[in-house]
Design a protein around this ligand. Structure first.
Ligand code: NAP
Length: 305
């Protein structure tokens, strides 16, 4: 008799409904994780990986939540470096079932040991947001010490890591946020914060790097602020656009357990902080994905046990 687990799956209408599924079995090279907490990105219902498989076939009933924290509960053949009971945090493959479930499957390359200073709830808030900030600022834009960087959305789940990382690189950090978040973003390390509702961010002047987490008109107005050697990276999904600059500016975060391991140490040393907007039980996943939850700064988290 196959063991069963509780999970949440997308309906045809993009809502989430509870479901009982077999606990998945790790195949060779895979790991079974008993999930403790999973991050929520309300945009996931619109991702192409939610509605389609890698081969283009239509996908239904996907389990969302592709960043998690939990405990190693099973090791497929050939997996080394982890033991049953290890506390880990990381990603699921985008096309695989997510972690809004009691168990999920992942691969060793997609995760790392959990920083001991973070709870499972806190650790689940890290993988997508932190690696997006790191890969955007450092891998793609190659932000240098002393450069001026403009971060759109400095109080958001990704932006709050971008501000911290840019500050620790020694850049001059200008961020945008709403008025209520100005003090928060300054405490993260921004040198200047522009209230985007009251002032035009063009007042920042020319910058070397723009990290855009907002898109749309904000993105359109940003290009003119770049110095001739300037670099812009943007992360919100771009609707069909013919602007050739977007081809290199837009990117999707890549799962990377090694980056997670080395960046994870910065939590234990106190150099990085993560923030949880709110935590909800799995039964309230549909509400969590509505995008209407208000709370503190940071990422919305679902408890799975
Ligand atoms: N491509 C990728 O790999 C990738 C990875 C992660 C996320 N994303 C996408 O990136 C976007 C941001 O994600 P997130 O998780 O950081 O979202 P989030 O936590 O909801 O944060 C969004 C932030 O945007 C700010 N904002 C809204 N309108 C603004 C404006 N006109 N100017 C400046 N700031 C504005 C809000 O700031 P205030 O609260 O201060 O108003 C809010 O804090 C989403 O579209 C998400 O889907 C993409």
């Amino acid at each position: 008799m196959h063991a069963k687990m509780k999970a949440m799956e997308f309906t045809d209408k993009g809502n989430l409904q509870p479901v009982i599924r077999p606990v998945p079995e790790p195949q060779a090279g895979e790991m079974l994780i008993q999930v403790s907490a999973v991050g929520v990105m309300p945009t996931e219902k619109f991702w192409s990986t939610t509605s389609h498989y890698a081969d283009g076939k239509v996908r239904t009933k996907a389990i969302p939540g592709h960043e998690f924290s939990g405990i190693v509960a099973g090791l497929g053949a050939g997996v080394t470096g982890y033991s049953l009971g290890d506390a880990v945090f990381g990603f699921n493959d985008w096309y695989a079932e997510g972690a809004t479930a009691e168990f999920c499957i992942t691969k060793p390359a997609n995760l790392s040991l959990k920083p001991s200073s973070l709870s499972h709830i806190e650790a689940a808030s890290v993988p997508i947001s932190l690696l997006t900030a790191w890969q955007g600022l450092h891998v793609r834009a190659k932000l240098q010490k002393g450069e001026r960087v403009l971060i759109h959305g400095g109080a958001g789940a990704v932006g709050l890591f971008a501000v911290q990382l840019a500050q620790s690189r020694g850049a001059y950090v200008i961020a945008t946020s709403s008025k209520a978040n100005i003090d928060f973003v300054k405490q993260l390390g921004a040198d200047e914060v522009i209230d985007y509702r009251e002032r035009r961010f063009e007042e920042a002047g020319k910058v070397d790097v723009i990290f855009d987490t907002v898109g749309g008109e904000t993105l359109d107005r940003s290009w003119d602020l770049l110095k001739p050697s300037g670099r812009l990276v943007t992360i919100p999904e771009v609707e069909s656009s013919t602007d050739p600059r977007l081809k290199s500016a837009f990117f999707i975060v890549e799962q990377d357990g090694e980056q997670l391991a080395s960046l994870g140490q910065l939590f234990d040393s106190g150099e990085l902080k993560t923030f949880v907007k709110a935590e909800l039980p799995m039964e309230e996943a549909d509400h969590a994905y509505s995008g209407s939850i208000v709370g503190n700064h940071g990422k919305l988290i679902i408890r799975t046990k």
